[in-house]
Design a protein around this ligand. Structure first.
Ligand code: HAM
Length: 418
C-alpha cells in the first residue's frame, strides 16, 4: 500500500456512517430540547488563543498541539478543544451584549498529537456545550444533565459522575503552597514526569496514573479542604442539586482535569464499559477564562465528550441495535430499454421522498435481487422486455413475497400510496 491514513486517524466508512448519524441526530435533538444552539468556529485558530486559554503548562498545549506556520508566517493551531474557540467567538461577536446567558453546543473534529490507543486518537470528535453567563450551581448541573440525557437516550447504562472543586484564584494559591510543601517531602518517590510537574503544574500530579505516584501522594492535602467562602457553598450546592435529581456521583478530591482554565466545579462522566480510557466526557466551570482572553468577567460552565468513546460503549451494549434504514424501493431493470423506462419513474418517486435505487451495472435478475436484499429494500419493481411491451411493471413486497402488476405510468402513484 503506497498511501496510508495518518497515525491516530480513522475513516468512517459508508457501512458505519449510520452509527454516526444516529449519535449526531440524538445529540442535536437533546441540545434543542435543552435550548442550546449550535456554534461553528474554524478548525484552526491563532496559536496564542490556545496557549493563553488552555495554559502553557498543560500537556495539551505543551506536547499535543498541531501547530504550523502558514505562508504568511502566522502561527496557527488545529483546535485541540472548543472552549477557548467558543469564548474567543463570544467576545469577538459581542454575544454577551445580545443576551445575558448564551447556551451553545458544538459537534466536530478536534486534534491532539497523543499516543494512539483504543478510544484515543489524534483526530477525534467531540460534542459539547458551553453555558456562558451564569455563576449559579444550577447551571453546572444542567450541563451535566445534558450529557447524561444524551448517553441514556442512546442506551448507555452504568454511568457515574466524578466531581470535585478546583477552587478559584482566591483559595487555590494557598492550597498549591501546601501541596508543594507536601510534595517536596516525598519528592524522591515521584515519577520523573511528576517531578517535572512540581514547578509548572503540581496539581496535575494528583491525577497521575503512575502507581508509585498514587501511593506516594496518598496522604496529600486536597483542594476541597481549602475552598473559600465562595467555592465551598457552590460545591455543596452542586452536590445537593445532583441528589435532588437522583444522579449518582462520587466526590474525587484528586480530579483536577488537564486544562488550566477550570475554577470551582470540575467533573467527569465515566462508563464502566470503557476500559482504561474510561472518561466518556468531562467539563467544569471556568469563571475567569473570558476575562483572561480579553472579555468582560463572565462566569461560565461546560463540558465536552468524545464521540469515538461513546461509539465504543454503544457497540458493546448487549442490545445494541443502531438502526439502519433500508431502501423503500429497488428498481430491477432487465436491459437498457427497461432502465430508460424506469429511471424517470424512479426520479419522480425520489422527489416524493422515497429512498430508491436502480442497478447501474446491467447485472442479471439474480444479482439485482441480491442487491435489493443487501439494501433491505421494502419493495422491488421488476421490468424486463416482456413487461415493457405490455406497459406493465411487477411490484414485489419483500416481506410477504406478494406480487402485483401495475401499468408503468401508474408506478409513482402506486408506490407512494400510503
Ligand atoms: P477534555 O477532557 O480534554 O475536555 O476532553 C473531553 C473529552 O474528549 C474526553 O473525555 C474524551 O472523551 C474526548 N477526548 C479527548 N482527547 C481525546 C483523544 N485524543 N481521543 C479521543 N477522545 C478524546 C475538553 O476538551 C474541555 N474543552 C471540556 C470543557 C468544555 N470544559 C468546559 N467546557
Amino acid at each position: 500500500m503506497k498511501y496510508k491514513i495518518p497515525t491516530g486517524t480513522k475513516d468512517v466508512l459508508p457501512s458505519d456512517i449510520h452509527k454516526w448519524h444516529h449519535m449526531e441526530d440524538k445529540i442535536r435533538d437533546v441540545m434543542t430540547r435543552f435550548n442550546y444552539r449550535e456554534i461553528r468556529t474554524p478548525i484552526f485558530e491563532y496559536t496564542d488563543l490556545f496557549k493563553r486559554g488552555i495554559g502553557e503548562a498543560t500537556d495539551v498545549v505543551g506536547k499535543e498541539m498541531y501547530t504550523f506556520l502558514d505562508k504568511g508566517d502566522e502561527s496557527l493551531t488545529l483546535r485541540p478543544e472548543m472552549t477557548a474557540s467558543v469564548i474567543r467567538s463570544y467576545i469577538e461577536n459581542h454575544l454577551g451584549e445580545q443576551q445575558p446567558l448564551n447556551k451553545v453546543y458544538y459537534l466536530g473534529p478536534m486534534f491532539r498529537q497523543e499516543r494512539p490507543q483504543k478510544g484515543r486518537l489524534r483526530q477525534f470528535h467531540q460534542f459539547g456545550v458551553e453555558a456562558i453567563g451564569s455563576p449559579h450551581a444550577a447551571q453546572d448541573v444542567e450541563t451535566m444533565l445534558v450529557s447524561l440525557t444524551v448517553y441514556e437516550e442512546l442506551g448507555l447504562r452504568n454511568l457515574s459522575f466524578k466531581i470535585n472543586s478546583v477552587g478559584c484564584r482566591d483559595c487555590r494559591p494557598r492550597y498549591r503552597e501546601e501541596l508543594v510543601k507536601f510534595l517536596n517531602g516525598i519528592k524522591d518517590r515521584l515519577s520523573e514526569e511528576s517531578k517535572n510537574r512540581m514547578a509548572s503544574n503540581p496539581l496535575r500530579i494528583l491525577d497521575s496514573k503512575n502507581k508509585g505516584d498514587v501511593e506516594a501522594t496518598k496522604n496529600a492535602p486536597l483542594m476541597k479542604e481549602f475552598l473559600c467562602d465562595s467555592c465551598a457553598p457552590h460545591f455543596a450546592e452542586v452536590q445537593k442539586k445532583l441528589k435532588d435529581h437522583g444522579i449518582e456521583f462520587q466526590i474525587d478530591g484528586r480530579l483536577v482535569r488537564g486544562l488550566d482554565y477550570y475554577t470551582k466545579t470540575a467533573y467527569e462522566i465515566q462508563s464502566d464499559d470503557l476500559g482504561s480510557q474510561n472518561a466518556l466526557g468531562g467539563g467544569g466551570r471556568y469563571d475567569l477564562l473570558c476575562e483572561d482572553l480579553g472579555g468582560k468577567p463572565t462566569p461560565s460552565v461546560g463540558f465536552a465528550a468524545g464521540l469515538e468513546r461513546l461509539l465504543i460503549v454503544m457497540e458493546s451494549l448487549p442490545d445494541s441495535s443502531i438502526p439502519v434504514s433500508g431502501l423503500d424501493v429497488y428498481f430491477i431493470a432487465l436491459g437498457l430499454r427497461a432502465q430508460d423506462a424506469l429511471m424517470p419513474q424512479m426520479h419522480a418517486i425520489r422527489r416524493r421522498n422515497l429512498r430508491c435505487d436502480i442497478d447501474f451495472l446491467q447485472r442479471s435478475l439474480k444479482a439485482q435481487m441480491r442487491e435489493a436484499n443487501r439494501h433491505q429494500a421494502k419493495k422491488v419493481v421488476i421490468v424486463g422486455d416482456q413487461e415493457l411491451d405490455a406497459g406493465e411493471a411487477v411490484i414485489k413486497t419483500m416481506e410477504t413475497g406478494e406480487q402485483i402488476s401495475v401499468p408503468i405510468a401508474q408506478l409513482v402513484e402506486e408506490l407512494t400510496r400510503r
